[in-house]
Design a binder for this molecule. Sequence first.
Ligand code: DX5
Ligand code: ZN
Length: 232
Amino acid sequence: MSHPHLQISPSILSADFANLERELGRISDADWAHVDVMDNHFVPNLTLGLPVVEALARVSPVPLDCHLMIEDPDRWAPGYAEAGARSVTFHVEAVRDAVGTARAIRAEGARAAFAVKPGTPFAPYEELLPEVDMVLVMTVEPGFGGQSFLVDQMDKVREVRQAVRRHGGEIWVQVDGGVSLDTIGRCVEAGADVFVAGSAVYGAEDVPARIDLLRSRAREATPATRPPGTRS
Ligand code: DX5
Ligand code: ZN
């Protein structure tokens, strides 16, 4: 069921905001740095915005994976790509013109993705697959780190993975929220291949070791149905 290339995207929401450059340095073995942009409207929390993302992009040892939990992503999302984010995710619940927004992100040279909240079905958005490089299935209500993993979202992950298979091409399936050593295996089995983890990474004493461990847990959960290195 799963993709052979598993990636870890630690969320800096759980990092020390007074030392973000140092905190990015601790995840240099990860594939991405997940940056949660919250506007206190789309979600009841406020984090950081464009100028900070621009600054992070200058010092980050890994590419930035920007998750926009904001209203009016149509207006703001391309700016995050321009600011240096290599992947920009907007929420379908907030966007008006999903196709136009995804195209504008890609036009800035970034990967484009859309996210669905736990209560949002995927099926109405399947037609967007040709326009994106990744789909984010939220496994908590967006807004805060450290919440419990919503296992009932695994059916949606399976549904997205099947749709991606039917569609063809290389579209990643990301999960975000409550992903930990205990839950990452289920996400892999359901078909996710990009794992956001905030508290599970930054809550560890040895951050690089925790990233390694998450990776090996994910690998262990991968059914050995294909020889290594082959693509589905
Ligand atoms: C929640 C954010 C997540 C958050 C995940 O709205 O989108 O990226 O940082 O935190 P954990 O991994 O602690 O659930
Ligand atoms: Zn996130």
